[in-house]
Write a protein that binds this ligand. Structure first.
Ligand SMILES: [Zn+2]
Length: 363
């Protein structure tokens, strides 16, 4: 079921109301402050693909920025627990995650994180660790960083494009493939490292409603790769993270994301990211629970470098349409609006995957 946390979010909203009274504004502020940015890294090295890498010196700049600006780095389980219970976050809080479990994280990031005394989570692929031991951390290395405060979680056995059906694959076969990738990977992690939280980071950030339903059935949270803070408004199987590698490693553009607030989204459509090939410009419609704390007129959406002007259809509903055909593969529409003081941005992102005419797309 989507929006499991919506019950909580709705309860908070109805407690907050949506009138212009001082009290409701204060309550709404407090409610939407219940947002935490999750940073997503892959490689921490100089000699790996630029788009998924950050140089070790640059990575240390990030940690120093967090420390100098009084950010509290929370373990991912604690952030989860606070979201579930409705407990607010410290004014400046962040979660650090790494996908893939590359050996350069052990060599270049773990010592710095230990030095700065910051917890983090690493999403690993047990099958790939076995196939290419030189590229990935070993179980022994994972145990070492676990003792230093890392949480080791699930990125699937094979890092495959899970939602891309194979030729002639039946629903039962697909489900078995998902079970292998998700459940057997969790079993491997739990056997090697002791029971770990059931958190799954989608390979390539790709998910569809069918895979979300399976994760929900199996009791997993699903972590994606489109941007936005984690909050009670998040879909528990489409939790957003901010990429912090490649062009996104720039602290000037990363800093506002660290302070961003979750846009109070009650529902949006299309919620299914996997489009038909013919869906070149899907209209995104977003219903907010409350608009009392954001500057509605300053709402803006982005499709890559294109700035899109959203249209308010009613008090709490806006829609926006891409101004160019979505490229084949993964894309996003991000929408932001300043809060009343203009000191922070509400953030929402919708993910899309547009296949080619053969139902495929690039890595
Ligand atoms: Zn990955």
């Amino acid at each position: 079921m989507k929006f499991k946390s919506l019950v909580l979010a709705t309860a908070l909203v109805s407690a907050c109301g949506d009138t212009a009274s001082q009290e409701s504004v204060a309550n709404s502020d407090k409610m939407t402050d219940n947002s935490i940015a999750i940073l997503q890294y892959h490689h921490v090295a100089e000699d790996t693909p630029a788009v998924t890498s950050i140089a070790p010196e640059r990575f240390e700049e990030h940690l120093k920025y967090l420390k100098d600006n009084n950010f509290v780095v929370l373990p991912i389980e604690e952030a989860h627990q606070r979201i579930e219970s409705g407990e607010s976050f410290p004014a400046k809080a962040v979660v650090i995650t790494f996908d893939d479990g590359y050996d350069n994280v052990y060599d270049n990031a773990a010592p710095l994180l230990k030095q700065y005394d910051m917890p983090y989570a690493v999403f690993v692929n047990p099958d790939l660790m076995q196939q290419s031991p030189s590229a990935y951390m070993s179980w022994e290395q994972l145990r070492t960083i676990q003792e230093q405060g890392a949480t080791i979680v699930n990125h699937g056995q094979t890092h495959a494009h899970l939602i891309r059906r194979k030729d002639g694959e039946s629903e039962t076969e697909w489900r078995e493939r998902m079970s292998y990738d998700v459940l057997s990977a969790q079993q491997a992690i739990d056997e090697k490292l002791g029971p770990q939280p059931k958190y799954f980071a989608y390979p390539f950030g790709e998910y569809d409603a069918d895979l979300q339903a399976l994760l929900d059935e199996w009791g997993f949270l699903g972590f994606a790769q489109h941007s936005g803070p984690w909050s009670p408004y998040s879909d528990p199987t489409a939790i957003t993270r901010f990429p912090a590698s490649g062009i996104y490693a720039n602290l000037k553009t990363l800093a506002p994301k660290l302070n961003s607030l979750a846009m109070p989204v009650a529902e949006y459509s299309p919620q299914e990211p996997l489009l038909e090939h013919q869906q070149t410009r899907p209209e995104l419609t977003v219903t907010l629970s409350s608009v009392s704390t954001l500057q509605k007129h300053a709402l803006q959406c982005y499709q890559g470098s294109h700035v899109l002007k959203p249209e308010w259809l009613s008090e709490r509903v806006f829609s926006v349409t891409p101004s160019a055909d979505l490229a084949i593969g993964r894309s996003r529409i991000n929408c932001t609006a300043p809060n009343k003081t203009g000191q922070a941005y509400y953030w929402f992102s919708a993910a899309f995957i547009r296949p080619d005419s053969n139902g495929s797309w690039p890595d």
